[in-house]
Design a protein around this ligand. Structure first.
Ligand SMILES: [Zn+2]
Length: 367
């Protein structure tokens, strides 16, 4: 991402808030949306500055933010700089969840689903981030996030729901993720996701622990989204739909590479949570925005939305992604259609979804 001067950025945000005063975001990771200033402050508070080689926001950003198209592996590597500072600390988890609400409100996001792996913030499990064992369980993490989001919603006037992530490299965590989705379904947890490096398609559904968990989620009435077709193929998107019973797919760009899969996505009204800037920086898509699959999705009547994914690593905001979609050739009307698609595909309760769509119509007219 190019860096803008603060005044320029404020002007851009104000302009986009005028054009799109009610935004909906479905795909953003809590651990990918941490403020760099907060990471530095928490490191000082927890006396962990020896674990962080950076003293200033600029230094931290230099290592964490991708400045040119890289890879999904490189994107995930950025997390290893700052996650050990947050993991295992209830106060830190609570703070980043609360601040996320404030950051969302700044960009006129009125409904947001934030996703995270409770296990990656806990220190009772081996997650590669916790610097020492402690007593913060994945369940405690969910409690802390729920409480912080409640406060954030009240203080900043944004509705926030959460999605709990299973991680591809840790299938043994998946049953507990499902249990937490079930336990907290009335306290803002609205769905389950599969994140991390993209899963390899090909394992029979009955042999894959995570696929079994997603099937159970469907039975329990828990909404499902899966990262697929980002670094992976159309086949992964097909399995996300058929085996994981995904109602939405995170990214899903490569569905377009296979006619049958692409038609299936359209026919079965699978919503694709596109993240335009992320897709270029992770090299999921060609660097030339003029041939971005999102343009095709718009033309072909796919249900798409526009999202940020991991702002701390990409240096982006939802305003930037809306602008990027515009630079790609999407009209304001097409961007607004993406907002309506997001609202209609969100995992909130039926009544809440209806309320959001009604509010959108008041702002943008019928769509
Ligand atoms: Zn993602």
């Amino acid at each position: 991402m190019e860096f803008m001067q603060p005044e320029e950025e404020l002007k851009l945000i104000a302009e986009y808030n005028r054009r799109f005063p009610y935004k909906v975001e479905l795909h953003v990771h809590l651990d990918g949306a941490v403020r760099p200033e907060t990471v530095l402050e928490i490191a000082r508070e927890r006396e962990m500055t020896d674990k962080l080689p950076h003293k200033t926001v600029e230094e931290l950003n230099r290592d964490v933010i991708l400045v040119e198209p890289s890879s999904l592996e490189r994107l995930l590597l950025s997390f290893s700089y700052f996650m050990p500072i947050i993991t295992g600390c209830r106060k830190a988890v609570s703070r980043i969840a609360y601040e996320r609400c404030e950051d969302a409100a700044k960009h006129s996001i009125r409904y947001m689903e934030i996703r995270y792996s409770p296990h990656l913030f806990a220190n009772t499990v081996d997650n590669g981030y916790a610097t020492e064992k402690g007593d913060l369980t994945p369940r405690d993490v969910v409690l802390a996030v729920n409480e912080a989001l409640e406060r954030g919603m009240k203080d900043f006037g944004v509705t926030v729901r959460s999605i709990l992530c299973c991680m591809t490299h840790q299938p043994e965590w998946a049953p507990e993720v499902l249990a937490l989705c079930d336990e907290f379904r009335d306290q803002g947890v609205v769905g389950i996701d599969l994140a991390g490096m993209e899963f390899e398609p090909g394992t029979p559904a009955e042999e894959c622990a995570i696929k079994k968990v997603f099937k159970k989620a469907e039975k329990c009435g828990i909404h499902r989204t899966v990262h697929a077709g980002e670094s992976g193929t159309a086949r992964a998107v097909k399995e996300a739909i058929d085996h994981f019973r995904a109602e939405r797919v995170g990214h899903g760009y490569h569905a377009y590479d296979d006619r049958d899969v692409y038609e299936k996505v359209i026919r079965e009204h699978i919503h694709l949570e596109t993240c335009p800037i992320s897709s270029i920086m992770s090299r999921a898509c060609e660097a030339d925005p003029q041939i971005h699959p999102l343009k095709q999705f718009v033309k072909d009547g796919v249900s798409y939305s526009i999202n940020t994914d991991d702002p701390v690593v990409l240096g982006n905001t939802l305003t930037d992604d809306f602008k990027f979609a515009g630079d790609m050739g999407l009209t304001d009307e097409e961007i607004i259609r993406g907002i309506f698609n997001a609202a209609r595909s969100c995992f909130a309760s039926y009544d809440e979804r209806k309320r959001i769509v009604r509010e959108l119509k008041q702002v943008y007219g019928d769509h």
